[in-house]
Design a protein. Sequence first.
Length: 265
Amino acid sequence: MHYARWLAQAIREGQVEVPQPYTGEIRLVSLKPGDVHTVVLWSKDYSPLLADEGGLRQALARYDQVFCHLTVTGLGGTLLEPNIRPWRQVMEQLPELIEFARHPQRVTVRFDPILHWREDAEIRSNFPLAKQILKRCARNGVRTVRISFATLYGKVQRRKGWDWYDPPQADRMQMARELVSIADGLGLTAYSCGDHSLRGAGIMPSKCIDGELLTELHPHRLPAPTGKDKGQRPECGCTPSADIGSYTMSCPNGCRYCYANPIIL
């Protein structure tokens, strides 16, 4: 939510110019409420929205439906996520976020990514925090969680100061089975983001933008597109949408594993 003021202003203007990632061509996207089925947001901290920074909360109130993905890795405030709030503070936003979205199914939590690294001759991970985080999800009325294991792109591996570890598939499957067991015990449904290999552990692939679900949740049952978004990766299950974010918008969170365009000091 570092671009809360930008988004609020774009909504007030009723449109936004989006540079295409490869060609640089400008795509004009309408943000008029009559042209938007659902606004889908991703963030590791919704406090700017909840505090109505730049008038964003008021601006989003113009839309019939807002769906929120809240990412919580458990690493906020550490050297891996230096500019993110500690995870317990972030989870405290859930009741108000659900109230803002007007339905618990319009809020999902992403335990994403699951990371491993070597430190002091040991392999460390955020995976042991999964049970605590999922318990907080269930306690606050969240019904779905989405997970993924970190993809260690070349640009990530070249960053100095970190000795990343990529667990073998057998270990991933064991962790996935543990996550399913935890989620089932809490009444949660776990999905995997862009990873069909976890089906064998009982985790179905996610549609992080799910036209069928968004149609079902829409206050007027307005139908949303339900085919595959052809602009996404082959294993991505998302239905068509217009992404108004851009890799030209640097993120100040400073996450060491980020594959996009982070500001890392």
